[in-house]
Design a protein around this ligand. Sequence first.
Ligand SMILES: C[S@@+](CC[C@H](N)C(=O)[O-])C[C@H]1O[C@@H](n2cnc3c(N)ncnc32)[C@H](O)[C@@H]1O
Length: 412
Amino acid sequence: MKKYRFEYFASCPVGIEELLKQEILDLGAKSASVTRGGVQFEAFNEIALKVVLYSRLSSRVFKYLYAFEVFHEKDYYLEATDIKWKSLMDVNQTFRLTTIFGDLPREREEFRNSQFANLKLKDAIVDYFRHYEGIRPSVAKEFPDVAFLARIDRGVEKPYLVTLLYDLCGDPLNQRGYRIAKTEAPLKENLAAAILKTLNWNSKEEGLLDAMCGSGTISIEAALIRGNIPPSYLKVERYLKNTNFKLWTFLNYPWFTKDNLLQENFNLLLKNISEETLAGLDFLRRDKQFITANDKSEMSLLSARENFKKAKLDDIITVTHFDALETSPQAQKTLFFCNPPYGERLEFGEEEKLKSLYKGLGDHWKNHFKNHRAAIFTGNLEMLKTVGLKTTKRHILHNGDIECRLAEYTLY
Ligand SMILES: C[S@@+](CC[C@H](N)C(=O)[O-])C[C@H]1O[C@@H](n2cnc3c(N)ncnc32)[C@H](O)[C@@H]1O
C-alpha cells in the first residue's frame, strides 16, 4: 500500500482540461497536470477547498488516498481490507462507492464489471468495521456522509492499479442550484462556463446575446463571470442558513473535521463568497442590457425565467422572444451565441428545416452583425457546414458522450 503521489484530482468534460488546469493554477495550486477528462494537482488543503467553491469548470474534486497494485480481482478484497478505513470514516457514517475503469490490460478478463468490483470493495469496508468495531456502516446511494471513488487502471508491477479517492463534493459542482426548470438538452453549467472562456468572451466590454437560450444556462454563467460571482454562491447561502445539512461531503471527513486551521479558512472563504456575491449582483444591476437571453419558444423562456429568478438574476438578464433570425446586436460589440437543436434523430422534413436554420444564421450575421462576433455550439457537424461562413476558430468539446464543435466567426 502506498500513498499516492498527487494530492488532488478535478474532473471536467473532455476538451476543457487545459482551461481547468489554468483555473486551478490561478486559484493557487502549486502544480497541475492534465489527463483526459481532468486535472491532477498539488495544493495546500485550503486551496483544494477553494477549487471546490470557486471552480467554474470542474465537475468534481477528489482527494487521493491510496494506491495499490493487484494480480487478480480476487486479491482486491484482501488488499482493500488492509486499508485503515477508520482513519477515513466513522462506522456511524453512511458511505457511497463508485468504481470506474481507466485503461485496463486487454488480455485480462477480471475487473471487467465495475459493479462487481464495487461490491468487493464494499465487502472489504464492511468486514473491516465488523472485525474492528463489531458493527458495520451502511451504504447510502443518495446524500452519503462519505463518498469514495475507486479507479482501476493498468498497473506497472502487477496487472492492475487501484486508486482510492475521497469525493470532496457530494453533488457535482456543475449543479450550482439554480436549475429548477429544464428544456430539451440543457448544457451542463460547467460546459457553458467553458464555452464562454474558450470564446475569450470579454465580459466587461462585449455584450452577449444568447439567441437560443433554452433554459438559460449560458446567460446565467455569463452573468456570474461578468459579476465575478463564485459559482457556489447559492450553495453557500443555503449552507449558511442551515449548517447541519452537509452540502459538501468534505465537511464529514476527518481530513476537514480534525484540522482547525482548515475550518477557519473555510469560514473565511464562506464570508468572502457572500461579500463577493453582493458586490457582483450590485455591479450587474448597473447595466441590465448587457446580457440578453432570447428564444422563439414560450416554453423555453418560461424555464429560463424560473432559473434566472432562482439564480437571483431575473432583474439582470434581459429576456426577449424572437426568432433568432430576427435579432439585432445589443451593444457596440456583441457576441451572438447559439446552441441550436442538433437534430440527433430527425423526422422526415426536419433535416431541411434545420439546414435552413443554420444557413439562415450565416446570412443573418452577414447582413445584421457586421463588426460583431458569433459562435455556434453544436453536435451536428454536417449542419455546421451549411452556415456558409468561414470560421475564425473551431474547438472540440464533449457534451456528455457527444463530440461537439464550438465554431467562432468574426464578422467583417
Ligand atoms: C438545444 S436547446 C438550447 C439549450 C440551452 N443551451 C440550455 O442550456 O438550456 C435549443 C433551443 O433553441 C430554440 N430555438 C430553435 N430554433 C430557434 C430559432 N429559430 N430562434 C430562436 N430559438 C430557437 C429552441 O426553442 C430551444 O430552446
